[in-house]
Design a protein around this ligand. Structure first.
Ligand code: CS2
Ligand code: MG
Length: 402
């Protein structure tokens, strides 16, 4: 089965998405997500100028060999741009193989381990009262797990609090907008949010929180300890994880479960975190961590150390990634939870799919492949729009983590 065409489709229904479509000489095609929020065109060029010329003519059935060819062959290994490009090829080839076998992707991976995959939604508000109300809305929508983010008193903006409640898109300007941050103000306000949520709704629902890379290990330890009474499902991205051993200081002080990894692009970014059991959930995602072939390696390593999956699933990951992730989640033995930020109607129209949300879980479809397609003529109606993620400064002007 020869690859005779590979093209990159850039579209912007509500936000930018990059898609790779691979066509074979047997008329079967597959699609993969290549979206890297705020750096989309870097991946477009990496694919069009460097990978696609080497891809044409290859045997589409040789998924692993092609993955190794582009990983080892790049010489300059790892990193979000290269691994997102490789991921797009990998997912498109798995889509093709499953279609050729006439089976849904989860069957090709090893069959069902569960009927539905538990997902969590994003509730946010400018104040604790607004956020508590939003969490109630997600409970009414049937969610069993809800992430809660709220404004920080004294700060004009913060991560995770959006203008539009249901659809949070952080890439909000054609040049980076500047946010101001204070970890002290943040640490003083978060525990009150979860105390209020537990007082209001009790302990029947999972609550999650994303600290979005804003703490040092000691600050994360303080935060984790302060949240222990509220029994979070996880505290996410509390510390930037370049220094994996830094999580030892965080881990030793708190029993609040730890999740990290949405910005990771390979197993090497999390090997120590997993093997030293410094985390409970790994957040790597199909689109940014080398595709299904590499994510399987990460999930198998995690399984050895009691670490479960908790894949990233924000709106800047296309429905292709969501579809492939729900297949992966349906199979993977050490499944934890799947993030599910709803895409807009325009996005869903460009990417028709058969996964569906039912009473707090996501159900996978039975169509051959990952069950997601792209409507190219509709995609063409939404040209690329430059959009940057915000940057963050401390109150004294110091550049900080967004
Ligand atoms: C967030 C994301 O969903 C999450 O956990 O960390 O919204 C993240 O900010 C975006 O994906 C960045 O593009
Ligand atoms: Mg996050």
């Amino acid at each position: 089965m020869k690859i005779i065409e590979a093209k990159v489709i850039v579209t912007c229904p509500s936000r930018n998405f990059v898609t790779l479509k691979i066509v074979t000489d047997e008329g079967i095609y597959g699609i993969g997500d290549a979206t890297l929020n705020g750096r989309e065109l870097a991946v477009v060029s990496y694919l069009e100028d460097h990978l696609i010329p080497c891809l044409l003519g290859k045997d589409a059935s040789r998924i692993e060999d092609i993955w190794q060819y582009f990983y080892r062959g790049a010489y300059w290994r790892r990193g979000p741009v290269g691994m997102t490009a490789i991921a797009a090829i990998d997912v498109a080839l798995w889509d093709i193989k499953a279609k050729a076998a006439n089976m849904p992707l989860y069957q090709l991976l090893g069959g069902r381990s569960r009927d539905g995959v538990m997902v969590y939604g994003h509730a946010n508000g400018n104040t604790i009262e607004e956020t508590v109300e939003e969490v109630g809305r997600y409970i009414d929508m049937g969610y069993k797990a809800i992430r809660a983010q709220t404004g920080v008193p004294g700060l004009s903006s913060t991560y995770g609090v959006s203008k539009d409640k249901l659809f949070y898109e952080p890439a909000d300007a054609n040049l980076p907008s500047e946010n101001i941050w204070s970890t002290t103000k943040y640490l003083n306000s978060v525990p009150k949010l979860f105390e209020t949520l537990r007082d209001t709704y009790g302990y029947d629902h999972h609550l999650l929180h994303d600290a979005h890379h804003r703490c040092t290990p000691l600050e994360a330890a303080q935060l984790g300890k302060s949240l222990e009474p509220y029994k979070l499902f996880w505290l996410e991205d509390a510390v930037p994880a370049e220094l994996q051993e830094g999580f030892r200081l965080f881990r030793q002080h708190t029993t609040t479960p730890i999740a990290v990894g949405e910005v990771f692009s390979s197993i090497h970014d999390c090997q120590q975190l997993i093997s030293e059991q410094l985390i409970d959930y790994i957040r790597t995602t199909i689109v940014h961590a080398g595709g299904i072939s590499h994510l399987r390696r990460i999930a198998h390593l995690a399984e050895l150390y009691h670490v479960r999956t908790g894949f990233h699933g924000a709106t800047d990951l296309s429905p292709i990634t969501m579809g492939a992730a729900v297949h992966f989640d349906t199979w993977v033995p050490n499944f934890g939870i799947q993030e599910y930020m709803r895409h807009t109607e325009e996005t869903d129209a460009v990417f028709p799919h058969d996964y569906r949300f039912e009473e707090g879980v996501m159900k996978v479809g039975e169509k051959p492949g990952h069950g997601v397609d792209i409507d190219e003529s509709l995609a063409a109606k939404y040209p690329y729009k430059p959009a940057y993620l915000p940057v963050n400064r401390l109150e004294d002007g110091t550049m900080y983590n967004w």
